[in-house]
Design a protein around this ligand. Structure first.
Ligand SMILES: [Fe+2]
Ligand SMILES: [Fe+2]
Length: 188
């Protein structure tokens, strides 16, 4: 995963845009690699997406609902659900499965289109209508969510499929959700 410590963001919209770029970059790393490198790159992609989308679902979409942007939020949540299903299928199959490349490209198209939709239809409303100070505080909560994602297990310790299949991904989502809620309760 890209080094989060080097990322400097003024507010949560900046942070989201940076993460969208990181997701795009991580897809390229998976597509362009093979073998163990590819397994690790895919593992990082899963973690990055789990953190990003969970934090959006907890913090960003609810905020958009308060701006009466419900139709846009409903569409984004549907896209996120669809992407999660494709991602889960890829995790279950594993990077060596026949059809993984095709599935990965489909997921990439869906995730990047979803990100463009957020950038076009959702984030501008946040910028225009949410006080800057609140957007800055949300960036802090978002950053807290990133820190709770577990680091990649030591290579060779267990199979990568076992590391990321099912349970651990759900565990990341649960931890992110808890961290975001704690941060949001305390600071927002
Ligand atoms: Fe999203
Ligand atoms: Fe996003």
């Amino acid at each position: 995963m890209p080094d989060q410590k080097s990322v400097v963001a003024d507010d949560v919209v900046d942070l989201l845009l940076i993460q969208h770029a990181q997701v795009e970059e991580q897809f390229l790393l998976v597509i362009g690699s093979t073998g163990e490198t590819r397994r690790q790159a895919f593992d990082d992609l899963v973690r990055l997406l789990a953190v990003h989308e969970t934090a959006e679902e907890e913090l960003i979409h609810p905020l958009s609902r308060t701006l009466r942007n419900d139709a846009v939020v409903d569409d984004r949540l549907a896209e996120e659900r669809q992407a999660k299903e494709t991602l889960t299928a890829l995790i279950d199959a594993g990077v060596d499965a026949e059809g993984f490349d095709t599935g990965l490209l489909l997921l990439r198209t869906a995730v990047l289109e979803h990100a463009r939709h957020e950038e076009r239809y959702e984030f501008p409303h946040l910028r225009a209508r949410v006080p800057a100070e609140r957007l800055q505080r949300l960036a802090t909560a978002f950053a807290a969510a990133e820190k709770v994602a577990p680091t990649r297990p030591h290579p060779g310790a267990e199979s990568v499929k076992a590391n990321i299949a099912g349970g651990p991904v759900l565990a990341i989502v649960d931890r992110v959700r808890d961290a975001v809620r704690r941060a949001a309760d305390g600071k927002n």
